[in-house]
Design a protein around this ligand. Structure first.
Ligand code: PMP
Length: 440
């Protein structure tokens, strides 16, 4: 019928025809049929407020993006070997959001492709392939990126840390050892990187690059302590390595105060990779680097990417930048993000099991613990709250090494009313979870 296939039919067909390692969110799977603004609407017509998606930066099915896409798709789509206005206009506009040194753009189709291209550039520039990563990081889906992703290689199905990859500690101030004085935290976590560089030296190695999400997200919405990246970049550069900011999740003004999350640490990377929100759902991604790195990469071998930088994708990318700027969405992210964060702080006074709340703009985390002193992760509670929030109409995720951090990345158009709804639902879900635990 007009409703399409039932939930059960889709689940069973997925089992027949798709990879078994695709996961499905929630024990009762949701079938969405439409998106509008901050909302997703399921096949029964029920609306859910999407606080998780990250990709639908301007809201689902944003009319201007849809118009830019369909207009250009109806006119022309080709590749970068022919001249077109869109790619040059887009590269000018995108690099204008970045510090001056980050002047050369390259367009690809996924965040993984951007990071893979980065590896090739770093190898061309440094003549090395060894890397320093942060623990519990995720950087993409190809073999060379799984190799940079402790989140994958340390877990089920992973083969462990490869020899050419060196892991530094997650710079998580909340989970810093209790015997570190607060003013030592930055230096201690920087020391963890220094130790990895020493280890490399002892093995006769040196870094091609250091890569980190500017706000480690897969590691649990972790905000680096002040000054951390600046110190780490100095250490890496002293060894001749490139500094790479993975902004796939955190970029495009999500932090509110800045376009790029690395700016909140006062650093300028040598390479920035971007994806997810860049096309508001259209599959595109980008890498921006310095003229020096671009020059090293230009070794005589053509770089050609069939779909990367095509006129349709560039039209979409341009429309996303236009809407962020015209509608003041960074400012909105800052104001509404601060409002949500202050709501979280109030909840923290009410619920003992909230160990930490953190956020910048519309990138937010609430860490749940069984005991504020021991910080023992309350993983089941986080799952329960996220599931109950879904029943009450809010989509969020859980994240981090203990999967005990409620993770929220709502669209940049998120309103104060949306925020109130989110806070009300979280409060109810937490309240019920406490009573549920007490009666267990
Ligand atoms: N880097 C980070 C930080 C990511 O979160 C992701 C996707 N989850 C990627 C890279 C890879 O992006 P994609 O899935 O578009 O290849």
């Amino acid at each position: 019928g007009s409703d399409g296939r039932s939930v059960d039919e889709i689940v069973s067909s997925r089992r027949q025809n798709l990879l078994p390692n695709l996961s499905i969110s929630y024990s009762e799977p949701i079938k969405f049929v439409r998106g509008e603004g901050a909302y997703l609407i399921d096949h029964r017509g029920r609306a859910y407020l999407d606080c998780f998606n990250n990709v639908c930066h301007l809201g689902h099915a944003h009319p201007e993006v849809v118009e830019a896409l369909s207009h250009q798709a109806g006119l022309l789509n080709t590749n970068t070997r022919y001249l077109h206005d869109n790619i040059v206009e887009y590269s000018e506009r995108l690099t204008a959001t970045l510090p001056d040194d980050l002047a050369v753009a390259s367009f690809v189709c996924t965040g993984s492709e951007a990071n893979s291209l980065m590896i090739r550039m770093a190898e061309a520039h440094t003549g090395r392939r060894d890397a320093v990563v942060l623990d519990w990081a995720y950087h993409g889906t190809t073999p060379e990126l799984i190799a940079l992703s402790p989140y994958k290689y340390k877990r089920n199905g992973g083969k462990g840390r490869p020899d050419h990859v060196f892991e530094a500690a997650i710079p998580d101030a909340y989970r810093a050892p209790a015997d570190w004085a607060p003013e030592e935290i930055t230096a201690r976590y920087v020391q963890s990187v220094a130790e990895q560089l020493d280890l490399m030296k002892k093995q006769g190695r040196a870094p091609a690059f250091f890569i980190a999400e500017s706000i480690p997200s897969v590691a649990g919405q972790v905000f680096m302590p002040d000054g951390y990246l600046d110190e780490v970049y100095k250490l890496i550069r002293a060894e001749g390595g490139l500094c790479v900011a993975d902004e796939v999740q955190v970029g495009f003004g999500r932090v509110g105060s800045h376009w790029w999350a690395f700016e909140t640490q006062g650093v300028t990377p040598d390479v920035v990779t971007m994806g997810k929100p860049i096309g508001n759902g259209h599959p595109m991604a980008a890498l921006v680097t310095t003229r020096e790195v671009a020059k090293s990469f230009n070794n005589g071998m053509e770089y050609f990417n069939t779909f990367g930088g095509n006129p349709v994708s560039c039209a979409v990318g341009l429309s996303v930048l236009n809407v962020i700027e015209r509608d003041g969405l960074r400012e909105n992210a800052r104001v509404v993000g601060d409002y949500i964060l202050s709501g979280f702080h109030k909840m923290m006074e009410k619920y003992e099991f909230i160990g930490d709340v953190r956020g910048m703009g519309l990138f937010l985390g609430v860490e749940l613990v069984k005991d504020r002193k021991t910080k023992e992760p309350a993983t089941d509670m986080a799952k329960r709250v996220a599931n109950r929030a879904k029943d009450l109409g809010i989509l969020m995720g859980t994240e981090g090494p203990y999967d005990n951090v409620l993770k929220m990345r709502p669209p940049m158009i998120f309103s104060k009313e949306n925020a109130d709804y989110l806070l009300d639902v979280l409060d109810q879900a937490m309240n019920e979870s406490v009573s549920a635990l007490e009666t267990m």
